[in-house]
Design a protein around this ligand. Structure first.
Ligand code: PMP
Length: 448
């Protein structure tokens, strides 16, 4: 034990893996054992480890200008270039960019931008935010209240009420369906619930609806066809903004540039980014809003003399230089196309496990997927706790593969985008062994 309070960890568990080094898609522990990083760290190391160009970029920028801030009239070339580059890429109208350091702080910033904007346009009562059950939007005090996973809310006294957080259905057909409801009926029911919630609360009191286009921490949930069309029609009807949390889905993860485009979400009003924006070589996040929203904010801030929000490391020059290089590499190496092709291969290969007695659902899109382990394949009934997921992950590690158990017993797969078919084969070969071992374990423990 060190003097550390570990993040997002069972603090009573004693087993730890000490990772010392990384190269390409692999990391190595302190015994020199090699692991395929099947989770890209925390869904973030898209370009893998020890990338020569990124190491050079970080070093060059450290030598050129290791720090400068953006408060009170200062800026720097890397920050300006990155904002322009990002604005040109995203599907937000006349996109405007605010930089931070993490996905959580990007979402906190968005809440503040929403408040500022609606105050500026004389609609201060428009302040509630709709999030979804099982959503993950970070863990800071405000973003943490948008997150719906119990472990992230319980005992933290999240200020849900003060922030006007409303929760609506999670779009997971497999676990959320009622009786013999079809997918289309499921979508009709949960979107009708959304509309009823809006009418009950009063559309004039609701600012935005936040969604991960495809979720991560809640188990890699790909909503059924037609879901976002219906959601967007309702939001448009009641003048509620669509806020896409693309912290995981941004930059090729779903096989297209952005999750919104991959999922048919039209013109989001706001987007949040982090992780793959810099391939995790340097922490950086971006909160993106529509141009007219910024205009109103600019006008309002003029009345008080300053826009009073920003972090010491907003637009850190090394982070911006790194992200610029990452975006250049994505484009140059056509990595989003690669993610589409390889993603199709990954999804097809993973389907071989659909018939496994432990697997209730194999799902995913592009280069992210999950296998949900269940106790009853027919009903989709799960297990009482997440111990089976933890067991499977430890077996993966034994076989040299790093994955994560999310939402209890779903095994998430989210490898770096730079991998090739042989890496996918390696992941599937280990998964096959691990599922059998886990089934054996489940029998021995009388779990099924
Ligand atoms: N939003 C989503 C969709 C995420 O997956 C995450 C992190 N996994 C966050 C926000 C928070 O990002 P961070 O951990 O960088 O604060």
């Amino acid at each position: 034990m060190t003097h550390m309070i570990y993040p997002q960890t069972n603090l009573n568990a004693t087993e730890q893996l000490i990772i010392e080094r990384g190269e390409g898609a692999y990391v190595y522990d302190n015994q020199g054992k090699k692991y395929l990083e099947g989770m890209a760290g925390l869904w973030c190391t898209s370009l893998g480890y020890a990338h020569p160009e990124l190491m050079a970029t970080v070093n060059e920028q450290l030598a050129r200008l290791s720090y400068s801030h953006m408060f009170g009239g200062k800026t720097h070339p890397q920050g300006m270039a990155l904002a322009d580059e990002l604005a040109a890429m995203v599907p937000v109208e006349d996109a405007q960019v605010f930089f931070g350091n993490s996905g959580s702080d990007a979402n906190d910033t968005q809440i503040k931008l929403l408040r500022y904007y609606f105050n500026a346009i004389g609609k201060p009562e428009k302040r509630k935010i709709i999030t979804r059950q099982r959503a993950y939007h970070g863990v800071t005090v405000a973003a943490g209240a948008l997150t719906s996973l119990p472990v992230n809310l319980q005992f933290f006294d999240a200020p849900e009420e003060a922030l006007g957080i409303l929760r609506t259905d999670h779009p997971h057909y497999f676990t959320g369906r009622q009786g013999d409801e079809t997918e289309a009926q499921f979508v009709d029911r949960i979107t009708a619930n959304l509309e009823a919630l809006i009418l009950r609360e009063g559309p004039d009191t609701i600012a935005a609806f936040i969604a991960e286009p495809v979720t991560g921490a809640s188990g890699v949930i790909v909503p059924p066809a037609g879901y976002y069309d219906k959601v967007q029609a309702i939001l448009n009807k009641y003048d509620i903004l669509f806020w896409a949390d693309e912290v995981i889905t941004g930059f090729g993860r779903l096989g297209e540039d952005f999750g919104c485009n991959a999922m048919g979400i039209q013109k989001p009003d706001m987007m949040s980014f982090a992780k793959q924006l810099s391939s995790a070589y340097y922490p950086i996040s971006a909160a993106v809003i529509r141009g007219d929203m910024k205009e109103a904010i600019v006008e309002q801030s003029g009345k008080v003399g300053a826009f009073g929000h920003g972090y010491t490391y907003s637009g850190h020059p090394v982070a911006c230089a790194t992200a610029l290089k990452v975006l250049e590499i994505y484009k140059r190496d056509k990595l989003f196309d690669h993610a589409a092709t390889l993603g199709a291969y990954l999804q097809t290969k993973l389907q071989q496990f659909a018939d496994h007695p432990l697997v209730g659902e194999v799902r995913g899109k592009g280069m992210v997927a999950a296998l949900e382990m269940v106790s009853n394949k027919i009903t989709g009934e799960g297990f009482a706790d997440g111990s089976l997921g933890a067991y499977a992950i430890s077996r993966c590690q034994e076989h040299g593969l790093i994955l994560r158990a999310v939402a209890g017993n779903s095994l998430a797969v989210c490898p770096p985008l730079i991998i090739n078919e042989s890496h996918v084969d390696e992941i599937c070969s280990v998964l096959g062994k691990v599922l059998d071992e886990t089934l054996d374990h489940a029998h021995k423990q009388n779990l099924i």
